[in-house]
Design a binder for this molecule. Structure first.
Ligand code: 5GP
Length: 191
């Protein structure tokens, strides 16, 4: 997606450990016009699919999914929570996620009320790196009995192995920008 790549080139910053910072338009301040274009692009890529629910993970996924949902007929957005909350009542689906950027493992949770076997789920997230966050969400979809349609990722870091590993399992992943390298603050795209 050219508009997105251009923005990454202009404003993306390399941080330690192969981390790409895009705080000015995606992870802290959010550019709503860009998010709208991202949502539209996801809807084109999954145009032939019936989607009944978007699933993401807090925090950065929420804004992306909420705007994307408007391009999928305002389907509900469910976001996995990273902290135990008293507001989360009833039975939960849970998964352990290891974050390499944070160097810690945490549990994600989704109420069983909001994912049902009849759902057709598109997972949406900001980054795909080693694939741990996606694997946690995939486990939850699997346990719910819902049908996974695919994953829409804003930025995939192709130099980490998550995308390759998950595609090898037959999961459809549509990434709008695939970064192949971040060398001396210069971002290089795969295609
Ligand atoms: P994974 O589980 O695929 O290794 O990482 C996915 C999660 O880690 C994303 O949801 C994102 O929050 C965070 N993450 C991984 N790599 C980066 C990065 O280079 N930049 C930013 N901003 N977040 C990242």
């Amino acid at each position: 997606m050219e508009l997105l790549k251009q923005r990454i080139l202009e404003e993306g910053r390399a941080a330690e450990g192969g981390v790409l910072k895009v705080d000015s338009f995606l992870n802290h301040q959010m550019d709503i016009s860009l998010l709208n274009a991202i949502g539209k692009e996801f809807s084109h890529r999954f145009a032939e699919e019936e989607i009944t629910k978007l699933l993401t993970i807090e925090a950065s996924g929420i804004g992306i999914a909420a705007i994307t949902a408007q391009h999928f007929g305002n389907v509900p957005v469910v976001f996995a929570k990273k902290t135990k909350s008293r507001n989360l009542d009833g039975e939960l689906y849970t998964a352990q996620v290891h974050s390499f950027t944070r160097g810690s493992t945490y549990e994600i949770q989704v109420s069983q009320k909001y994912l049902k076997p009849q759902d057709r789920v598109l997972i949406v997230d900001d980054f795909l790196a080693k694939g741990q966050a996606l694997e946690g969400l995939l486990k939850i979809v699997g346990e719910s009995g819902a049908k996974l349609i695919g994953c829409g990722i804003v930025i995939e870091k192709g130099f980490q192995d998550g995308g390759k590993r998950l595609r090898e399992k037959g999961i459809r992943i549509e990434s709008l920008a695939v970064v192949s390298d971040i060398a001396e603050d210069k971002v290089i795209f795969a295609e």
